[in-house]
Design a protein around this ligand. Structure first.
Ligand code: TNX
Length: 547
């Protein structure tokens, strides 16, 4: 097909809504480029038929397992539409139905199907989470104004489509939020959780402690928040106390749970501990001789402290995972504070505690793995990536290590997923991992980079978490400037099937011009999100033109 013909076809598609009876699955790019669903569903068909109109004569019919999603959907639509769709157990005369059902199928746990005709919408999920993702897709099939929390005037019509969808990475499609360097309030966290939900993410990684501030109440060590939570990155130890009480955490966890998002708490140990040491100076490591001590002791006393903290957190966070950091322990110290054996032994003690006593799965940054924590029941969280890219100091690259040690892992390569890095040359943000532009993320092939591991090891990749380290992310506006629209590109990587062959996957240019800019950015605008380049046409032009 010539390029020109393809364009004409796309034009016709837009003009007559959907001039084809049914488009084949391999034409998903063309269909989805019109529908604009982010992240891209696995299979989409569109029909030349009347779609479904939302009005007062519509009700949501849900089975027991899907009632929570039905309530969420009804509430979500209430503000922009000014109509509160009733949630019912069965059909009633005079009403058209949005049917939500959970079916225990052998398919992907978070998968769903969605069918829209003029008479009925049906979402069938393989689990309640699947139903929830179907509902998110449904929202994106409506005009972008549906993302407003104010009443809007729009044609609330949903095109006649059939979608079958499931995530590529089931376990972690995540966003990391660093509340230590600059704090985010509970309300701000709830907003972030809603923003995650629309991207079909299922994991919030909360970096709760670091040098600049301890941000979670620990009842057995009250000074952590009396002293350690005072101040932030540029005002350490000065100003207000900023932290989540245990009640706050419970609320955040419950809010996230309703959106099928699990929260992984991180207590970064034994380094990045200045705030804890400010609160309890006796915790400092005798071998950290710096003026500002960042590393805690790893003897019995240190171990007792870490375990007590983890035990309290365990009661608050419901997810199966606990992150214990172990990054950059000797960084910035002239003399090694601990050697590899000492670090590994301590990491092993803590991870055994998490496994055996708390019955959860520990996660460590790749530093611990590199130093010797080889344990297939502990997840390795990679922020470095191997010599194919930019990190050359490792004896064995991470993919060589995957090949050798079979340890399951999470992908957060800094040069592709650190959203605290700049969007473009001259834009705000850090630069040590290079420029992390939207197109770089979109064109990244997460598993394609594992050049030293054979494909039989790819199943060890448990997902992607994108990080927003907050040394330079001060305000909500800064956060949104860094997170959006890059989060949309990350969601594509985490959810969409990689199927690299065109036309099933839009090229970067197609995605940018037909989905990102006209659809996703519009949704962000209705959500009042200050995405990068908003109100700045120059930047937008750059985004369009940049390679
Ligand atoms: C590295 S990646 C860190 C963080 C910083 C971040 C800044 C990792 C495990 N540690 O402590 O905030 O770089 O980009």
């Amino acid at each position: 097909m010539t390029h020109c013909f393809k364009k004409t076809r796309l034009f016709l598609l837009i003009l007559f809504i959907f001039p084809f009876e049914a488009l084949h699955a391999q034409k998903i790019a063309e269909v989805n480029n019109v529908l604009g669903i982010v992240p891209r569903p696995e299979k989409v068909k569109a029909f030349k038929k009347k779609g479904f109109e939302l009005n007062e004569k519509v009700q949501i019919v849900a089975d027991e397992a899907s009632v929570a999603v039905a309530d969420y959907l009804s509430e979500f639509l209430n503000n922009p539409l000014g109509i509160k769709l009733p949630v019912e157990e069965r059909s009633r005369r005079g009403f058209r139905n949005i049917v939500l059902k959970t079916k225990n199928s052998s398919g992907a746990k978070e998968g769903y199907s969605l069918r829209v005709s003029s008479k009925k919408i049906e979402i069938i999920g393989n689990s309640p989470a699947g139903v929830f993702y179907g509902a998110q897709t449904l929202l994106q099939l409506l005009p972008p104004a549906v993302f407003s929390d104010q009443k809007q005037t729009a044609e609330w019509k949903i095109p006649a489509v059939e979608i079958k969808d499931k995530p590529f990475f089931e376990t972690f499609r995540g966003l990391h939020v660093d509340v230590s360097r600059h704090f985010r309030t509970k309300q701000q966290m709830l907003e972030i959780i809603d923003q995650m939900a629309m991207h079909k993410l299922n994991t919030l990684h909360l970096h709760l402690t670091d040098d600049q501030g301890w941000r979670v109440e620990i009842k057995s060590y009250p000074k952590l928040t009396e002293i350690g939570s005072v101040g932030e990155h540029s005002h350490v130890g000065k100003g207000e106390r900023m932290f989540f009480t245990q009640e706050d955490i419970k609320e955040i966890v419950a809010y996230a749970k309703k959106r099928y998002i699990k929260i992984i708490p991180e207590v970064d140990m034994p380094g990045h501990m200045m705030a804890a040491i400010r609160s309890y100076p006796e915790l400092k490591s005798p071998s950290d001789l710096r003026k500002q001590v960042k590393v805690i002791r790893i003897d019995e006393q240190g171990e007792r402290f870490c375990k007590a903290v983890l035990k309290e957190l365990d009661g608050l966070f419901e997810s199966e995972y606990i992150h214990i950091g172990f990054d950059e322990i000797n960084l910035g110290s002239k003399k090694k504070i601990y050697n590899d054996e000492e670090i590994t032994a301590f990491a092993r003690k803590i991870s055994e505690y998490i496994k055996n006593e708390l019955k959860k799965t520990p996660i460590v940054w790749d530093d611990a793995f590199e130093k010797g924590l080889h344990d297939t029941e502990t997840l390795v969280h990679w922020w470095r990536y191997g010599k194919v890219h930019w990190w050359r100091n490792l004896e064995l690259t991470m993919d060589e290590k995957v090949q050798k040690y079979n340890q399951p892992f999470i992908l957060s390569p800094a040069n592709r997923t650190y959203l605290d890095m700049r969007n473009a040359k001259g834009a705000a943000g850090g630069g040590w991992a290079g420029i992390v532009s939207v197109d770089k993320i979109y064109q990244w092939q997460p598993l394609g980079d594992l050049t030293h591991a054979d494909p039989s090891k790819f199943h060890l990749a448990q997902g992607i978490i994108t990080c927003t380290w907050s040394e330079m992310i001060k305000t909500v506006k800064d956060f949104q400037d860094r997170a959006f629209p890059r989060l949309a590109a990350v969601a594509e990587k985490a959810w969409a099937q990689p199927g690299s062959k065109a036309p099933s996957k839009p090229s970067w240019e197609e995605w940018r011009d037909q989905i990102l800019i006209p659809k996703q950015l519009k949704r962000y605008e209705y959500m009042n999100i200050h995405y990068w380049s908003r109100n700045d046409l120059d930047q937008l032009r750059k985004l369009k033109g940049e390679k």
